[in-house]
Design a protein around this ligand. Structure first.
Ligand code: E4P
Length: 218
């Protein structure tokens, strides 16, 4: 399973990349705003800065909600760097835009997926990735992982190239469960990735090894 980091924070992206396990980055307008990145030119520059840190796919989201606007913005985004994947919202206009980009060999990530039907439609339109938001489903008492499993089953029945990018991942168990189900990618915070490394018995064992080494080397 590929690991993407879900942030626009350059320091966190660097830290994750230096760990050696980072395969890409997802951003959204809220994450950009959180970092204080505003204005079209600054946002475009920020995407290039991200692409210069990570050797992997970087999702850059359109703001337009109409077909023509999505095409205009998506073409500008795609021209920024070969690793940019144009992130398009799951709407009927978005589906048309995904189909258009697919015919131009421009890769897309269909975002804000909350149902299997939406994921099926995006795959038929030729999306490179679909992003089901598991944390936001959990937030409304609906099991987000069930949706990942349902989409996995549907995609396995056919030959779509679309990859399942489990998004809105909040904690290490989400990551482990996504891997069990067979999501192609997960995107989440750095804290959830780092938490995978933690185990109290690892800490205790290491402490003991170092203490025993020290006893024999006084
Ligand atoms: C996906 O690409 C989104 O940026 C993201 O995963 C949303 O996560 P959130 O629900 O934690 O905001």
């Amino acid at each position: 399973m590929k690991f993407f980091i879900d942030t626009a924070n350059l320091n966190e992206i660097k830290e994750a990349y230096e760990l050696g396990v980072l395969d890409g980055v997802t951003t959204n307008p809220s994450l950009m705003a959180k970092e204080g990145i505003t204005g079209e030119q600054n946002i475009l520059k920020h995407y290039v800065d991200i692409c210069n840190i990570v050797d992997g796919d970087v999702s850059a989201e359109v703001i337009a909600v109409d077909f023509e606007g999505m095409i205009r913005e998506g073409e500008i985004l795609a021209a920024l760097h070969k690793n940019i994947v144009v992130k398009i919202p799951m709407t009927l206009e978005g589906i048309k835009a995904i189909k258009y980009f697919s015919s131009k060999k421009i890769r897309t990530n269909c975002t804000l997926i909350f149902s299997a039907g939406q994921a099926l439609l995006a795959a038929k339109a030729g999306a490179s990735y679909v992003s089901p938001f598991i944390g936001r489903l959990d937030d409304i008492s609906t099991n987000g992982l069930d949706l990942i499993a349902q989409i996995r089953q549907i995609y396995n029945n056919y030959t779509y190239d679309t990859e399942i990018l489990a998004a809105s991942v909040r904690h290490p168990m989400h990551i482990i469960n996504c891997a069990e189900i067979g999501a192609d990618v997960m995107t989440g915070p750095l804290s959830a990735m780092k938490a995978l490394a933690k185990h109290p018995l690892t800490d205790l064992g290491l402490q003991q090894f170092l203490a025993d080494y020290a006893k024999g080397n006084v």
